[in-house]
Structure formats: C-alpha cells, structure tokens
Ligand binder design. Sequence first.
Ligand SMILES: *[C@@H]1O[C@H](CO)[C@@H](O)[C@H](O)[C@H]1NC(C)=O
Ligand SMILES: *[C@@H]1O[C@H](CO)[C@@H](O)[C@H](O)[C@H]1NC(C)=O
Ligand SMILES: *[C@@H]1O[C@H](CO)[C@@H](O)[C@H](O)[C@H]1NC(C)=O
Length: 438
Amino acid sequence: MRGLFILALVPAVAVIARPQAADYLARPQAGTPILTRPVKAAALAAADPAPAPAPAPAPASAAPAAAAAPAVPLIPPMPRAWPPTDEVSPIEGDFLTDPLVTASLAYVESVVSPQYLNIPPSKYTSPCVAAYPAETAAQNCYWPANQCVRQNDTAAFQADIYECPVANTWGLTYDDGPTVNVVNGVNTNDSPSLRAKLDSMGVKATFFVVGANVVQHPEEVLAEFNGGHQIALHTYTHYPLTSLTNAQVVAELKYNEAAIYNATGVLPTALRPPCGDVDDRIRAIASALGYRIVIWTTTPVRDTGDADIVDQTPEAAAQVLTTVTSTWFQPQPGFITLEHDIDPFTSGIGLAVLDAVNKTANFPLTMQPVGTCMKLPFYKTIETFGSISAIKAASSSVDGMARARIADSTSSSAAGMSRRGIALFGVFVGALAYGFAL
Ligand SMILES: *[C@@H]1O[C@H](CO)[C@@H](O)[C@H](O)[C@H]1NC(C)=O
Ligand SMILES: *[C@@H]1O[C@H](CO)[C@@H](O)[C@H](O)[C@H]1NC(C)=O
Ligand SMILES: *[C@@H]1O[C@H](CO)[C@@H](O)[C@H](O)[C@H]1NC(C)=O
C-alpha cells in the first residue's frame, strides 16, 4: 500500500518547489531513508488507572548526600556500542554493564532514597501503555493516571514543568526526532523541513530527541542545536520508563545523553518521559542525573494528538489543524504543547500549524522553547557548573575529540545563553552534586 502512495505522489512533490499548507497535510510520502517507530504509539492509557487525586508528595527521607557518592564523570564516556534502535525492546544484557551505565547507577543508588528506588516497576503492555497498580498510582503520582503532576519541589526532585508561567506564551516542543525523509532529493515533512520553517520564521523550539534516532542522524541534532533550538532528552528507545528496572532507566537516560553529547558537545537539562509515563521513582532517578521532568499542558488540551492517529488521512490531519487554529490561537494562560516529528504525517501537521501561525495577522501568542519560558538553562555548561576548569576536570576520562567539543561548546553556549537572557546561573550546581569539587 505504502509503495502505491509513493508512486502516486512523487510527481506532485517534484513540480511544487515551495509547498503550501495543503501539501503538508497530504497523504504521507515516504522517501529514503525514513525512520519511524516499529509500532505506532497507541493512545495514552493506564491499564489500571486510579480514580483518586494525588495526595501531597511524601517527604524524602534524606536529601542526596553528595559526599557519599562515587565520582561520576560529568561527560558521559562513549559506550562500547549503541543499543538496538527498536522501540519495542528495552535495553538489556551487555548494554547494562557498560561503564556509561554502571557508574551512574552506582551514583543513583548512593544518593536516591530507597523509598523511591524500591517503587515497583509497572508491567509493560505495549508502546505507551503500562499496567500500574491502582492503589499506588496516586501515591506515586503516576502521570497516565489522571495526568498527575508534582507541583512542588521535594528533597528528591523538583516540580514537574507542564506550562509556561507567563500568559500568552506557547512552549513549543517536538518529540521523537530526528527523522529525515528525502523525496526526490528534497527534505519532505521531516525534522530538517520543520527546522527550516522555524528558522525562517525566527522561532525557536524544544526538540525532545530519541537516542536511537540521534545516532542515525547526529548531523540533524547538531543543526538544531546550532540553530539555537533547545535539545532535550526523550530516552534512548522510547520504551515506557516506569516498566523498567532502575538500571534500565539509568541506561535509557545515559545512552540518550551520550548520543546527544557526541552529536553536539552539550549536556541537556530536561527530560520528557515517553508518553508521559513517569512516577516518583523516575522523577528521583532523573533528578539525581541532573534532569528536570517536562510534561505538557493537558488543561486545556495542548496535545495535537498527531501521533495517536492510526488512520493517517489528509482529512484527519486537516481536522487537527482546524482544532488547533480555532482553539489555541487566542490569548490565554501560558502553555506547553505536544507535537511530533516522528513521521511525515506528524511532521506535516507541525509544518501546517507553523504555516497557520505565520498567516495569522497579529498572532496573539509568543512561541518559545521550554527552557526560555521557564528561564532555565538549556544545557549543563559553564553557567550551571561554575567554571570551565570544573567541566574539564569532570571530563578527564574522555577522549580528545570530546574534550575539544566541550571547550568549544562552553564558549559558544555561554554567548548563546547570555543572548537569550538566561540568568539563573548556578541553579543546578547544588542539585546535581556529581561528586566533584566545583
Ligand atoms: C505546593 O505549594 C504551594 C505553595 O507554593 C501550596 O499552596 C500548595 O498547597 C502545595 N501543593 C501541595 C500538593 O503540597
Ligand atoms: C561520535 O561521533 C563521531 C563523529 O563526530 C563518530 O565518528 C563516532 O563514531 C561517534 N561515536 C560513537 C560511539 O558513536
Ligand atoms: C510568512 O508569511 C509571509 C507573508 O505573510 C511570507 O512571505 C513568508 O514566506 C512566510 N514564512 C514562512 C516561513 O512560511
């Protein structure tokens, strides 16, 4: 079936030099190469949701004790090999004994309270669906059950981010990329075309990238970074995090981080859990590794639902665009959206939304990356670690290429940071506590 669509649509692509909105919403065209998930994400669902609202977070029994922690290099050592690029398999076997994982796991186990580390994993059902016990879902603030978010900091983690604080601010985010779809030599409905559109409109976004896609297209992640967009984590395989062991959760973050680091020379500060599948165990582990949890706005709904559409017809895409333009394009409290650059269909919707924004006279909203609207640093760099010597000391176990990149990226990001007016320097210094002296 897909082959027939390609034959039918290639001539149309070839004659239209500058696609209009209607083209973005046409039936998906797959060029070569195209990366998609082996299994489409099902609609978000907890197999066993809890009806009760979440209680206040339990107090952590002890604050992380940096002095007791074994030293972990800030710069991730490159792994022996990258895990398979397959969303339906978790990271297993030798991939869990790589020093990239073991050193960080030992650190996590030394600083995160057992009250969090011992929260039992959920049971994997399918991509985006896990069975979480109803009796503990509310207590552990499991997001898929009632979209539970932690609104307050605890000793073990900071509050979840799910809206921009300033009215009429649109936190613009894309999940699951990078993907590259070349049709007749032209990037079509993929990450590079989305980036080109953003750049021509002067708009910056947050890209929550999947490690398995980063290792296949590091050049695209670097281009996003160089364009001033925020790069953040979306795990390595996109497997639901709460269904994994503590070692596997650490592995999902560290392989994702290592892939981004090798592509860009920077270390992100934000993690979006795939499908919002997060509980307090994941929050505490992510926090110990220096990551802030970012969800998206659910009241009112600011998820286009693009990745949940099974029948990817032009009509379904047009319906999404109608909903977005008629309900989002108006003055309102600050919010964070969910869109995807996972395949030509979802990327096409993203492009059509940007086109509609550009065509709206006196557009009432300001689109920004999440780090900008939250006034939080995009990356762990000189601003978050205090000095270049601290970063270099932390990177002493890394090869020359990586050292050169961190030197480059600290100077260029420092300039970028001040351009963006991000002033909360040092905010993560204490929180990260990697076990080296600053
Ligand atoms: C979170 O903190 C705010 C004050 O900043 C307080 O009003 C609210 O009750 C707290 N929420 C919970 C769930 O503890
Ligand atoms: C890191 O990136 C370089 C290219 O900059 C590449 O040659 C190398 O294979 C990458 N390392 C790993 C472990 O993939
Ligand atoms: C935005 O709209 C203007 C015309 O109003 C057009 O010239 C420009 O090319 C558009 N930009 C994008 C990125 O579509």
